[in-house]
Design a binder for this molecule. Sequence first.
Ligand code: AMP
Length: 514
Amino acid sequence: MSANLFTQFFAAREGSAHPFIERPDGGALTYRDTAEATARLAHRLVQLGVKPGDRVAAQIERSVEAIHLYLACLRVGGVYLPLNTAYTLPELEYFVGDAQPALVVCSPERREAVTRFPGAVPAVATLDANGEGSLMEGVGRLPTRFDDVARAEDDLAAILYTSGTTGRSKGAMLTHGNLASNARALATTWRYTADDRLIHALPLFHTHGLFVAVNVTLCAGASIILLPKFDPERVIGLFARSTVLMGVPTFYTRLLQHPRLDRESARPMRLFISGSAPLTAETHDEWSARSGHAILERYGMTETNMNTSNPYDGARKPGAVGLPLPGVEIRIADAQTGRALAGGEAGEIEIRGPNVFKGYWRMPEKTAAEFRTDGFFRSGDVGLIDPDGYLHIVGRAKDLIITGGYNVYPREIEDEIGQIPGIVESAVVGLPDKDFGESVAAVIIRSAPPQVTVEQVRAALEARLARYKLPKRIVFARSLPRNAMGKVQKNLIREALASPAPSAALDLEEEVKS
Ligand code: AMP
């Protein structure tokens, strides 16, 4: 049988009247409706020139049709390339230039600009938040059956761009085998059945909201209630007719602020899952006390899909990310030498298994650098394994900031700040933030007067960077703290900025918050 993810999970359900996607107002699309809608869209993609192996880039708002586009892309054997809706035009231009998609689907407002990208995109179509646009033109007249293009396990299903620690983003190539094996492992671990109804308020351009949420649902023949955005009031209101919530830690801290969250309102729910950023033991405990449910935390990343999960039946340990998923191997190694470390010692988390990606798009050297010779992938996360075999993440080898579940690589922001005239250098760090987990802060050194103002810095960055990457706090200093080797000591910057009197530790000129 073909390893096409869509065929694997959908073939047996094509005629089913079971709901696949429910809108919060109650309207539902069954599996049969979805089979027909995605068949039509698959024909439309072929019409637009998409051939097996072609990339289909999509920077689109969340909608039922956005999920259909992902599935239709799988059906035609294309490679789906979802992009954060917050990306600016220069960012989008980079991704399109790098991935060379056969088709770009974007908002109607961006259409014009995308057609003018250098290198000429072969086809551009639009899709708005209501699921309307030129992509849907004539779709209603197309056939409701489509013969899925056969795919092998190793064929690409998607490319997801990760922010690079150095320079630009890298495209992680994910195969049909990667996605299908991970969906199966998660559905089994989390005891998913066709009776499950997932409250879906995660972005559809990230591994969590697209692959974990959609593929696990498909694998079990379950249902999704698709929310337009995360709204605590609405989410709590849906507990009565749902079974699962998948969230980032920020969802849980926000829900905890809502007076209606209690044992009574949470009783109908079966499972609360958290991932994409560290969930503090404090939030975990607070959630247990208020709702009567222990959050199940799991750990994964764009390149590997999900790696570990706390168990469904066994202890869900606060602060731990759990046990390796079926088929996934985890080891802790010395980051420099690659030597495996004994139990309990902290080191770099390395991962091997059918979940691990094929490599970075057109970057063989970067790919080679991230894999050990025996096939283990170097995650860049630092962790240890406790005596019960649970993985704990204790830090990050890479300088990543995770804000509200989104990854921000300081290097990218520093590079952009460095482009602004009148700036000598900068250091970008993450600071603890109760709501977002971490927030972005920048310490900037300016050149001689007339000095660039904070408004100028903000305006320049707003034009170049997605909103979530913009520093919430900007500090002008006379110098950056450095060690004897000349390396900027970001730990000192973080400590200073977190203290009530940062100027005591940093040579500050001026501080501006927003
Ligand atoms: P992304 O590729 O956007 O999914 O981000 C992956 C990174 O998020 C990982 O490398 C970790 O640093 C972090 N991450 C994901 N899940 C967790 C978790 N449960 N706890 C702590 N960090 C996490």
